[in-house]
Design a protein around this ligand. Structure first.
Ligand SMILES: Nc1ncnc2c1ncn2[C@@H]1O[C@H](COP(=O)(O)OP(=O)(O)O)[C@@H](O)[C@H]1O
Ligand SMILES: [Mg+2]
Length: 421
């Protein structure tokens, strides 16, 4: 069974949303609805995420990514369509059951880490467990382990403002991992980080994923990040998913000109693999293996074939997981595969990614969400507190935690943000 399944999800903001869905179903687009003051944030999104997969949703800002993500954890109710989590329709759970699922099975990591400034790193990492009511010893043990996994061993007693941005984001990640939730929802989690630190975080996530095998929905407006992380990538445009596939699928077979224009700048040699470009062996597999400068696995990126192809005339042999030679890559094939435009040559112009990043309105949404959701006296922020003040502040935070216990009425969104952000 798929861990997560979205079926024909729609989210329309504004008047008469059901009407709008009917119009969208019969082919209307965003712009037509916008004329009536209605925003179609997500239009007919369907996909499945398998256990252990990293599913990336990629698109320019405003394309509907965050709205889609919020429907996945029940924070926003779809205008139409369903979300199945382990086969269970979360769009029709009672509020209580939904909160339970959200606090135990789903963790969210935001772009702005939203740590509590006057709680230690350890207490921050343990926060989600505290909300779940896990006893102190147990939650400290689990939070310590999560911090260790995120490379923060030895920082448990520090305060968030003693940490760099990258380290703070690691605490956010540790907080999400500590709860043992299987599903991690990450909304532009690395987008605020400097490029080198961002790359580090991507590596760390991939490394963690090898052992933890979480199911992850990762949102980004950065195609390179999408390609590095995603087992599957959904490309969104104007509320619709325009293509779903592996990075290779998207690179080799872009669904339309829009996707093609996105992938122009991608370093194909790092995304394409020997298995994707290989040709059938000429003659016997044994002879090809014997003559080849090397035999490589199907998932070897092309960038690793250059030196081999330069060193010998004979093609590189490509073997499957069982070690059997199943194809070959010649010099000519290698060069040709790097030059292929993958179909749509006349790409439609799209706003440049970097410009979009600079004006990312999604940030504002998240910040607005945080503000709306925070318990008043637990507002993460930049107020300067010295370590000496900490004790009394912890008390305050505990009150704040009380305020967002899953069982308490309308604290619905409140538990969401600090528990996972
Ligand atoms: N609460 C809301 N009310 C009205 N419009 C919204 C709301 N949230 C998002 N939108 C609109 O929906 C569209 C998609 O937004 P969003 O999901 O935040 O995109 P992304 O995360 O891809 O930047 C945008 O046009 C945005 O302005
Ligand atoms: Mg967003």
């Amino acid at each position: 069974m798929s861990r997560l399944q979205a079926e024909h999800l729609y989210k329309v903001f504004g008047r008469r949303p059901d009407d709008a869905v009917r119009r969208l179903e019969s082919g209307a687009d965003r712009d037509e609805l916008r004329a009536d003051g209605t925003t179609a944030a997500v239009i007919d999104a369907s996909f499945t995420v398998e256990p252990g997969q990293i599913f990336v949703v990629m698109g320019l800002s405003g394309s509907g990514k965050s709205t889609l993500l919020r429907m996945l954890n029940g924070l926003l109710e779809p205008t139409a369509g369903r979300v199945l989590f382990d086969g269970e329709d979360i769009t029709h759970l009672t509020p209580r059951k939904l909160r339970d699922v959200r606090s135990k099975k789903i963790s969210m990591v935001f772009q702005h880490f939203a740590l509590f400034p006057h709680r230690s790193v350890l207490e921050n990492a343990a926060y989600g467990l505290e909300v779940q009511g896990v006893p102190r010893k147990e939650r400290e043990r689990r939070a310590t382990e999560a911090l260790r996994l995120c490379g923060l061993e030895g920082w448990e007693k520090s305060w968030p403002d003693e940490l760099s941005g990258g380290m703070q984001q690691r605490v956010g990640l540790a907080r999400a991992l500590a709860t043992d939730a299987d599903l991690l929802l990450m909304d532009e989690s690395f987008s605020a980080l400097d490029p080198l630190i961002r790359r580090d975080m991507q590596d760390q996530l991939l490394e963690l994923q090898k052992t933890l095998q979480k199911t992850i929905v990762f949102i980004t407006h950065d195609l390179n990040e999408a390609m590095r992380l995603g087992d599957q990538i959904a490309v969104m445009r104007d509320g619709r998913i325009v293509q779903i596939g592996s990075s290779e699928d998207i690179l080799v077979r872009p669904a339309n000109d829009y996707v093609a224009s996105f992938i122009q700048d991608v370093d194909r040699s790092r995304v394409l693999t020997a298995g994707a470009v290989m040709e059938p062996v000429e003659g016997s597999a044994d002879a090809v293996r014997a003559a080849a400068p090397a035999t490589v696995g199907k998932d070897t990126p092309l960038v690793e074939l250059f030196a081999l192809c330069a060193a010998a005339e004979a093609p590189v042999a490509v073997a499957d997981a069982a070690g059997e030679v199943v194809g070959q890559v010649t010099r000519t094939r290698l060069l040709a595969s790097l030059g292929e435009e993958g179909g749509a040559a006349e790409a439609a112009p799209v706003p440049h990614q970097r410009d979009e990043a600079a004006t990312e309105p999604a940030k504002q949404h998240d910040e607005a969400d945080l503000k709306a959701a925070e318990p008043e006296d637990a507002k993460p922020g930049k107020d300067e507190k010295s370590a000496g003040d900490a004790k009394s502040d912890v008390k305050q935070d505990e009150k704040a935690v009380e305020g967002v216990k899953p069982d308490e009425g309308d604290a619905d969104d409140a538990e969401e943000v600090p528990a996972n952000a």
